[in-house]
Every structure is written in C-alpha cells, then in structure tokens.
Design a binder for this molecule. Structure first.
Ligand code: NDP
Length: 399
C-alpha cells in the first residue's frame, strides 16, 4: 500500500520499525534514516527476512535540503519523524517542499528554551492545507493515545466532558540508581520545567513537582503521582468542547526525585552552555552522555506501565465517570521487539498513526492533533498491534 521514510534510529524508532514490518500490507517499504548510519543498519539487520522491504540512509535532519534530497530519491508516501523535537520544523519544511505526509510524536522544541508548545507547528496549518498534505502531531502515547482516548470518550460516552486527568505510571525497575526511560535530555527538560494545569479557560502554573497525590493504579498498585505540564493539554483544551479542567500526572519514586534534585542543585540539568577547557558545553547534554543509554535499559527492566485518562462529565443529563487505560509489561515488550515499554508505548501509536494516513482513514490536508480524527479505527488498531485498552466505568477520582 505505501512507503514510509522513518527519521531517527533510537529507542522509539526501533519499535516503529518492528511494527511497520509486522504490518507489511500497509508498509511495503521502509527507509530508516538517521544521523548515525550504523544504528540504522543495526536496526535493519534485526528486521530483514520479512515482507516489508527495508533500506537505510545517513541523514542530518537539521538540514532541510538533505531531507528533501532523500525524499526525492526514496519517494515515500509519509515521513515518520521519531528523531528529536528539534528536527520537527526542518522535516515539516521538507514535507511541504515535496508534498509528502508528515507524522511525529513530540512537539517542536527550540534548542535553547524548553516550552512544550504547539504554536510553531500549528503555524504550518494553511501551508499544509494548500499543499494538500496531512501532518499529524503527537502520535505517541502521551501525547497520542491520550488524545485518541479523549476523542473516544467524547464520541461514545459523554455529551460534555468536564474534567480529564491523564495518569502516566511507570512501575518498571531497571536496577540502575538513576536513568531515564527515554532521551534523557528531553525527559529531564520535561520534569524540571514548571508544572501547569488547565482550569476554566486558562493554564495555571505550578512550581516543579509541587502537587502530589497517591493513586491506586490497576495492576500496579498505589503510587506517588506528581502534576506536570504536558503538551497534549494545550490541544485538548481547544479540541474538547466544554472542558473545564485538564491535569497531567506522572509517577516518580523518591529516589528518582532525590537524584534529580541533586543534579539540578549542582547545575547539571541546565541547558545554558558553559565554557569547559576552552569548549562550549551544555551541562544537560553532558549529563546525557554519562547516563545509561535508554536503549540499553530494555533487557534489564521489569514491571509494568499503566497510562490512561480518567474523565468526568455529563451524559443524558446524568453525571458520568469513565477511565480508559493500557497496561504494558516491560519484559513482554522486550521479548517481542527488543525494547522496554516506554519506547513500545510510543512506537506502536506512531506506526498506527502512519497507517491511518496511508489507509486514507485519517487523511485531510492540514496540521492536526490526533483527537481531531475519528478515534474508532485507531482504537481498534491499538488492540490488534499490542496496546489493548481496558475500560472502568466507576473509577476512583483524583481530588
Ligand atoms: P533517542 O535519543 O533514543 O533517539 C533519537 C534518534 O534521533 C537517534 O537515532 C538520533 O541519532 C536521531 N537524531 C537526533 N538528531 C538527529 C538529526 N539532526 N538528524 C537525524 N537524526 C537525528 O530518542 P527516543 O527514541 O527515546 O525518542 C524519539 C522521539 O520520541 C523524541 O522526540 C521523544 O520526545 C519522543 N517521545 C514521545 C513520547 C510520547 O508518548 N509521545 C514518549 C517518549 C518519547 P543519533 O543516534 O545519531 O544520536
């Protein structure tokens, strides 16, 4: 049916590639392109032998002309961007120049400021409409499946959704004193930023990690959850009509937070360059270099993740509650595709989003967040491709 160019060859890319190859009717050809060619070739070696034809290419995705040249050579139907958020705009520019569909899992970030905002990418809406191509933003788990869950709740269970609590829990243990589950630079920028939640039409900022609750998660048990800012709140606040409050919660252990506090206090999480032995270095990038590579956590991580959304609202004049979540087992993911559950829960929805575009189910010119499409075919695909979801119509609410 189609050809996909995947940019990036890290943790998430590994899962996307395996999942595309499990779905050869849709993905007939896959080109894996990234900065380090040897990583693309190593990934290709794990995939060979299936029906999907896999090729590789070296690519600096900070350079739009290089991306355009590769697109013109490979002629993909869609570009799946699972490099880093810094590359989103150069890749979108290349897609516009060549009229090829675009999909990513994280909003654009300027390298010098951590913002977690969609404004730069939403500014491309008219250009994508005029070019007749689709851009799908944030098709990972959160953002991604959390938006699809919201659209599904809206479509099937509510006349009006009033509150959404997104709860992202990782009860996995990798045995290291401190490591991040995905790209450390992006992860640490996310958790050291101010928190925020949406209430009555506006975002309210909070000090980092200052709001904490305990929530008893299905199949995981009671966990400390902390309120964070997260990018999908920005689009859900616009796309879920009548919404009054949205909060995002993530689990962190005492030990993780203590390590992070120390690193922060000594200046290691800063993104301001400093001079060291005559060279400019960014402390957070140096920290990334000394921490375990997230890709190496796969074989060591045991336990489960649980990510879902708790909704309250009104249906037929009655108050209603609804919780929908997925539970993923780190070791089962590793046995299937050689990655832990964090990369797995991001990579599967990226493949499904690309499948929605290639099969014409989510194909409309412009720039969209996932909750703006029909959730049903995506929800069906989650069950089929390894992220089955569970519904609870009487969940405990978070105060
Ligand atoms: P990794 O760091 O493991 O991989 C990133 C890959 O991108 C690497 O292969 C890297 O190449 C490549 N890359 C970086 N810069 C360039 C460039 N200029 N040109 C070409 N390739 C480049 O990250 P992850 O796989 O963990 O994360 C991938 C994306 O997924 C990130 O944007 C992250 O924010 C997002 N994400 C989204 C989630 C969601 O639920 N929505 C959850 C988790 C992650 P090299 O190997 O040479 O460094």
């Amino acid at each position: 049916m189609g050809k996909a160019l995947m940019i990036g060859a890290g943790g998430v890319a590994g899962v996307v590639a395996h999942k595309c190859c499990q779905n050869p009717e849709v993905f007939q050809e896959l080109c894996i392109a990234s900065r380090t060619l040897s990583k693309c070739d190593a990934l290709k070696a794990k995939l060979d032998g299936g029906k999907t034809k896999v090729t590789t290419a070296q690519l600096d995705a900070d350079n739009t002309d290089e991306i355009i040249a590769l697109i013109e050579k490979f002629k993909p139907d869609i570009v799946i961007n699972v490099a880093l958020p810094y590359q989103d705009l150069t890749i979108m520019d290349a897609c516009l120049a060549t009229k090829v569909h675009y999909l990513d899992t994280a909003n654009y970030e300027p390298p010098d400021t951590a913002k977690f905002e969609y404004k730069w990418q939403w500014a491309y809406k008219k250009k994508f409409e005029d070019a007749g191509i689709t851009a799908i933003l944030g098709s990972g788990f959160d953002p991604g499946v959390t938006g699809v869950f919201s659209a599904y709740a809206q479509k099937h269970y509510f006349d009006e959704i009033h509150t959404i609590d997104i709860v992202d829990a990782n009860a996995g243990d990798h045995g290291y004193p401190f490591a991040t589950n995905f790209n450390p630079e992006i992860n640490i920028r996310e958790v050291t930023a101010n928190g925020s939640y949406f209430e009555n039409g506006k975002f309210i900022e909070t000090e980092p990690m200052s709001i904490k609750r305990v929530y008893d998660l299905p199949q995981i048990g009671p966990k400390d959850i902390y309120l964070l800012h997260h990018e999908e709140m920005e689009s859900l606040a616009l796309n879920i009509k009548g919404i009054k409050r949205i909060r995002f919660w993530m689990t962190f252990s005492e030990s993780y937070l203590t390590h992070l506090k120390v690193l922060e206090n000594v200046g290691m999480t800063s993104i301001e360059p400093i001079e060291f032995e005559g060279k400019q270095i960014v402390p957070l990038q140096f920290l990334k270099a000394v921490l375990p590579d997230p890709a190496s956590l796969g074989p060591r991580t045991k336990g489960k993740t649980n990510i879902g959304c708790i909704f309250t609202g009104i249906k037929d004049g009655q108050e209603k509650k609804y919780y929908v979540y997925n539970v993923c087992d780190h070791q089962a993911c590793y046995a299937e595709v050689g990655s832990q559950a964090i990369s797995y829960t991001t990579g599967v929805p990226a493949m499904i989003g690309a499948m929605m575009v290639l099969t014409g189910k989510w194909n409309k010119p412009g720039v969209y967040n996932v909750e703006e499409f029909d959730p049903d075919p995506f929800m069906e695909a989650l069950n089929k491709f390894g992220l089955p979801w569970i519904e609870d119509f009487n969940p405990t609410l978070i105060d």
